[in-house]
Design a protein around this ligand. Sequence first.
Ligand SMILES: [Zn+2]
Length: 175
Amino acid sequence: MLLYPVMRLDNHPSTAIDRPDPVTTGDGRSIPAEADPTRARRHRESAILWLVGASAIVALAAILDTSSSREVVLPGGIALPEVCWFHRLLGVDCAACGLTRSFIHMAHGRFASAAAMHPFGPLLFLYTLIQIGLAAGYYRCGQTARYRTLIRWNASFLATITAIMLVVWCVRLVQ
Ligand SMILES: [Zn+2]
């Protein structure tokens, strides 16, 4: 559970969707969001953060490796300490335990190991890869109506996967 929190960027575009009604002038004419320089700049800034965040996750997964079932290691073979406070405290895996290692396996092309480490790891890794393309497109196009819909779908998909992941974790806990 090292990389996943990075995805929850505070200004992820899904949290910065403008109201559907655009800015209106004094005489009631509407100005499209991208014609407003302040909003357009804000959209580009959140696109850059989105792009950097998703790229950093993929890059880190490619740089890091795993040495044993629980260890994440730096390129020189130096093991990183366990970061999951839940597992350290209770000795039980949290819902996201194994995601970092799963991402690392995915970045190294070890798909079976990635799925074995966390059942949602491969899907979330692909989701992260898609974010790079989405963020680049968002930077180029700005918050068009199409992108607004795309961002909503994107956020709903992540929320659904997270909810399913939590349910699966709860079921496993009580078993
Ligand atoms: Zn954990």
